[in-house]
Design a protein around this ligand. Structure first.
Ligand code: TXA
Ligand code: MG
Length: 324
């Protein structure tokens, strides 16, 4: 592993792109202080140039190089959840590249816990700008093979780190204001954050909030048409669907009876953690199967399912628009 890390560091120092595993999803990393390298990220992902990137660090002692101020609230969250699946939006240090921050006065910072990401960051020594390693608007990759499928030759080197344990992107919390705001829900939940801070969170103020591509209405979407329905609606659909509208896949936590072999039933886990871990890879596999559509059963609206529901609503956005 050490020689692979050294190879990856050499590529990063030379301004190249390295895909790195993290505990959430794979990231497409570049030296955050090298403008040309950061430009390559946008090109590889076909990402709009004004969408800011998260800077990944090995440990909190490096914060001073990237951030101008760490409030007590930020410190509490960092202490509770780093290294781990939390991104904090903080006031940026003066020298940080505009391309990294989308010309904002703030910067997104994350300290990942994945051992390969940690080894890479420690050996590299600086900050790594790394969005999820997918083409813009698509599902984040949770395996090295998925990165290859998304980005092919656009990435110089892929570090293998197995399947990502969490499987959904980090929770993003803006701690630049008086009160914390969740900009993107993740598997660190609102309740967990409230427990640490001992104060209720303001609700995400939607499209007026700082630019977060994850807050676009359609994002994280399979190529196949995707619909979010409740189990009753799915039962009705299965009874009345025409052969011409098949094959379809049903992603459900509850059972359903059908003998039609063109209706592919996929049993999803009933606990949120396992569901999150499997979701993106399941959707990615189904995207290869030339289905007419993917139908996903709604999930609970409770705290631990919030991030999953958020991704499902975004994945099914274009079909919901048509239904209305
Ligand atoms: O789990 C994750 O966060 C993964 C892994 C690789 O760390 N990264 C990830 O990056 O999901 P990306 O770029 O796909 O999503 C990061 C989100 C984007 O929606 C971006 O707009 C937002 O973070 N973001 C970054 N810096 C920001 C800032 N200064 N203010 C507001 N939003 C910011
Ligand atoms: Mg992304």
């Amino acid at each position: 592993m050490q020689s692979l890390i050294s190879e990856a560091v050499a590529i990063l120092k030379a301004g190249g792109l390295v895909a790195m595993p993290t505990e959430t999803v794979y990231g497409l990393a570049a030296d955050a202080s090298n403008l040309e390298a950061v430009r390559k990220i946008f090109k590889a992902k076909q990402r709009p140039m004004d969408h800011p990137l998260i800077v990944h660090l090995a440990d909190p002692t490096q914060l001073k190089d990237w951030v101008s101020f760490v409030s007590p609230m930020a410190e509490q969250l960092a202490k509770a959840f780093w290294p781990g699946p939390l991104t904090l939006i903080l006031p940026k240090a003066p020298h940080v590249l505009d391309l990294v921050t989308g010309k904002q006065q703030t910067i997104g910072i994350r300290i990942p816990s994945h051992p390969v990401a940690q080894a890479l960051l420690q050996a590299f020594g600086g900050g790594l700008a790394a969005p999820s390693a997918n083409r813009f608007g698509r599902i984040s990759p949770t395996t090295a093979a998925a990165v290859r499928e998304e980005l092919g030759d656009a990435v110089d080197f892929i570090l293998e780190g197995g399947a990502c344990e969490i499987g959904l992107e980090s929770t993003i919390v803006d701690v630049t204001g008086k009160h914390p705001v969740i900009l993107r829900p993740g598997m660190i939940t609102a309740k967990q954050i409230e427990t640490v801070l001992q104060e209720p969170l303001s609700k995400h103020s939607g499209y007026h909030a700082p630019r977060v591509s994850g807050s676009l209405e359609s994002h994280y979407a399979p190529v196949t048409k995707t619909q979010l329905l409740n189990s009753e609606e799915i039962n009705d659909l299965v009874k009345s669907i025409n052969e011409a509208d098949l094959p379809i896949a049903l992603l459900m936590r509850t059972p359903i009876v059908t003998h039609n072999k063109n209706i592919i039933y996929i049993k999803m886990p009933s606990d949120a953690k396992s569901y999150a871990h499997e979701l993106y890879q399941t959707l990615r596999n189904l995207d290869h199967q030339q289905l007419k559509r993917i139908v996903i059963e709604e999930v609970p609206e409770t705290d631990e399912w919030t991030a999953i529901l958020d991704r499902l609503v975004k994945a099914s956005f274009s079909e919901r628009k048509k239904k209305r």
